[in-house]
Write a protein that binds this ligand. Structure first.
Ligand SMILES: *[C@@H]1O[C@H](CO)[C@@H](O)[C@H](O)[C@H]1NC(C)=O
Ligand SMILES: *[C@@H]1O[C@H](CO)[C@@H](O)[C@H](O)[C@H]1NC(C)=O
Ligand SMILES: *[C@@H]1O[C@H](CO)[C@@H](O)[C@H](O)[C@H]1NC(C)=O
Ligand SMILES: *[C@@H]1O[C@H](CO)[C@@H](O)[C@H](O)[C@H]1NC(C)=O
Length: 589
């Protein structure tokens, strides 16, 4: 017994050593495998790319704090490379989409151990730009997400549509095919890179055309995302790009007495603040409830019969008519049918983009020439309202994202945060409201919609980012970090789900906490976080609004609450005036 005991000692030790050795070898093998999995090399992706007929154009290891992109010479659409990136593996992949067309996409894969959170993010583009949006991809890896952007199958700046001429394939790539294909392949490459670990959540972040792309994708492919952050969506392609030509024509020719110049637009913007600012209850230079303002144009009318008017800032009767056309909804002169909502009061500072040229904007005329008629010589003077019907029938590239019955997306748990600046002069704010209204009607009521889809209007914010009136605007939406610097992500100084709409969306998707408010931020110099915070204010799910509590600093978000009136449902039932006391209002959520 004693002998046996003694004899077992070395055996046990031996066994122990053997087991340790095996365990160690196991750990080495696992570590080696992990190294293998995170190998930023073509071999890691070949088994996915080859069967897909896709080509790896470029692969690079970017060190922590590094920079990546194609630079201004190669990427005319997105010439600015992001800096201060987390360590990542950067891929550029080319995919054939038809016999004559192909698109590319970029993929960022975080490489620091434990950095990948099992999440996937697709980001959108802008206008008709063709190029990989590297700058907007940059925040993704900071959140721990594998991130893609596609070049949409062509190479051009934002307002150049000539690439689409007689190329149905390129139009389709722009319309939906390039993004969808990039998402499908991008997800496979991501899972392969991380050793077969499945993606647990997928997201989207895009504004303008990017907003359209996100809606288009989730309408046609409800499985693509778990959450979509959709800004200032140019979703109604067939109508919007025709409206843009009609709108431009109202202000032409430049020599006509009704023409309004950029400085006239500035004067109009100032008068709108004077007349409409207080309608929301707080005089702070921000028009937060433009729909409550009945703008009196006669107070700007030049002439002796209007003695109080500033002669240098007035408009003549024809100019006033031009402005009224810009605010008015676009109805067909053929049958009176509603075609597109007009621009919102407080958007005037950005009107120069669509109304400032010697011909209507290329976003409109380019669409008719290169998308609709495949005729570069088409003359915009020939524009007529039946063109919208033609566009609707043909919808080149099937780009339009006008599906409101998105129950498949909702049923599988998908969430949407939509937002739009109320001072947007490029894509009318009311277009988002219209989309939301149609969705509410389709789902049979606001409550059946707010449980998966919420709309946030951002007072004083222009198209996708920025403000001319020191309004809080930044919520980490698409283009927002990149509009400030090459190295920023999220909301500088406020990287949390109270201030960052993408993080709020993640909380909604992953933790089931609905987004009841998002606090927007602006800085003393509105695009420069180092200048210090100027104002923060909550944004509320439409139709709720941020209402001043009646006490406290108006520039601090805690002085505001998201409120809804107790009576009525229409936008006009909002109680606006007074000292902003709680009165007959109650908390919406
Ligand atoms: C895009 O076109 C520009 C010329 O306009 C060219 O310099 C650049 O290399 C092209 N980029 C790609 C990715 O083909
Ligand atoms: C409207 O414009 C289209 C395209 O220029 C043209 O073919 C059509 O004849 C026009 N219709 C009317 C009613 O003028
Ligand atoms: C809030 O910010 C505005 C804009 O800078 C400023 O004019 C105003 O004085 C500020 N209000 C307070 C209470 O600090
Ligand atoms: C959306 O619906 C609300 C409430 O019915 C209405 O007041 C508003 O005018 C509608 N907006 C648009 C753009 O259709």
């Amino acid at each position: 017994m004693a002998r046996c005991f003694i004899n077992t000692v070395p055996v046990t030790v031996f066994l122990f050593e053997l087991l340790s050795l095996l365990a160690l070898r196991g750990a080495w093998a696992a570590a080696a495998a992990k190294q293998q999995q995170l190998k930023c090399a073509a071999s890691s992706f070949a088994s996915i790319l080859q069967p897909a007929g896709a080509v790896l154009e470029k692969i690079a290891s970017v060190p922590e704090g590094g920079s990546y992109g194609e630079g201004a010479a190669a990427d005319v659409a997105y010439p600015t490379n992001p800096t201060n990136l987390p360590a990542l593996c950067a891929l550029t992949v080319r995919v054939a989409s038809s016999k004559t067309t192909s698109y590319r996409f970029g993929l960022f894969l975080p490489t620091t151990a434990g950095r990948w959170e099992g999440k996937f993010l697709a980001v959108g583009n802008g206008g008709f730009a063709g190029g990989i949006n590297w700058l907007d991809m940059a925040p993704g890896p900071h959140y721990g997400m594998a991130t893609i952007s596609t070049d949409l199958g062509h190479n051009s700046t934002v307002a150049d549509l000539s690439w689409a001429l007689r190329s149905p394939g390129k139009k389709t790539d722009w319309g939906w095919r390039a993004l969808h294909g990039s998402i499908v392949l991008g997800k496979q490459l991501t899972e392969a890179f991380y050793g077969g670990r499945k993606i647990s959540y997928s997201y989207y972040n895009g504004c303008s055309t990017g907003g359209r792309q996100g809606l288009r994708e989730l309408q046609a492919f409800p499985d693509s995302f778990d959450g979509a952050l959709v800004g200032a969506a140019a979703w109604w392609t067939t109508h919007l790009n025709d409206y843009v030509t009609r709108l431009g024509m109202y202000n032409l020719p430049v020599a006509s007495p009704g023409h309004i110049s950029t400085s006239d637009m500035g004067n109009l913007a100032d008068e709108v603040v004077r007349q409409c600012d207080a309608a929301d209850g707080v005089s702070d230079g921000i028009v937060s409830s433009p729909e409550l303002c009945t703008f009196d144009f006669s107070r700007m009318l030049c002439g002796d019969q209007n003695p109080g008017v500033d002669g240098a800032a007035c408009l003549n009767a024809q100019q006033i008519q031009t402005a009224q056309h810009a605010y008015a909804d676009y109805h067909s002169s053929v049958d009176g049918r509603f075609l597109y909502p007009g621009l919102t009061l407080s958007s005037e500072d950005q009107w120069f983009i669509l109304l400032g040229g010697t011909e209507p904007s290329p976003f409109g005329v380019g669409y008719q020439r290169y998308f609709l008629f495949d005729n570069p010589d088409w003359d915009w003077h020939d524009y007529n309202d039946s063109i919208v019907d033609f566009a609707e029938r043909t919808d080149p590239g099937q780009a339009t994202a006008a599906e409101f019955d998105i129950h498949e997306y909702k049923d599988r748990g998908g969430k949407i945060i939509m937002y739009h600046g109320l001072a947007d002069g490029l894509v009318p704010t009311k277009g988002s409201e219209y989309y939301y209204n149609q969705t509410i009607t389709t789902f049979g009521g606001l409550e059946k919609t707010t449980d998966f889809f919420r709309l946030f209007l951002i007072p004083g914010m222009q198209h996708c980012w920025g403000t001319p009136v020191d309004a809080p605007w930044n919520i980490a939406g698409a283009f927002q970090p990149g509009s400030m610097s090459t190295s920023e992500w999220s909301v500088p100084g406020y990287k949390d789900s109270k201030h960052d709409a993408l993080m709020a969306l993640m909380d909604w998707v992953e933790k089931g906490s609905p987004v009841d408010e998002i606090v927007a931020t602006t800085w003393k110099s509105s695009m420069d976080p180092t200048s210090g915070v100027l104002r923060q204010r909550p944004l509320c799910p439409w139709p709720a609004k941020a209402v001043y509590n009646g006490k406290g600093d108006v520039n601090v978000s805690s002085s505001w609450s998201c409120l809804k009136t107790t009576t009525g449902t229409g936008a006009n039932s909002w109680a606006g005036g007074g000292g902003g006391g709680l009165g007959n209002k109650h908390k919406l959520i």
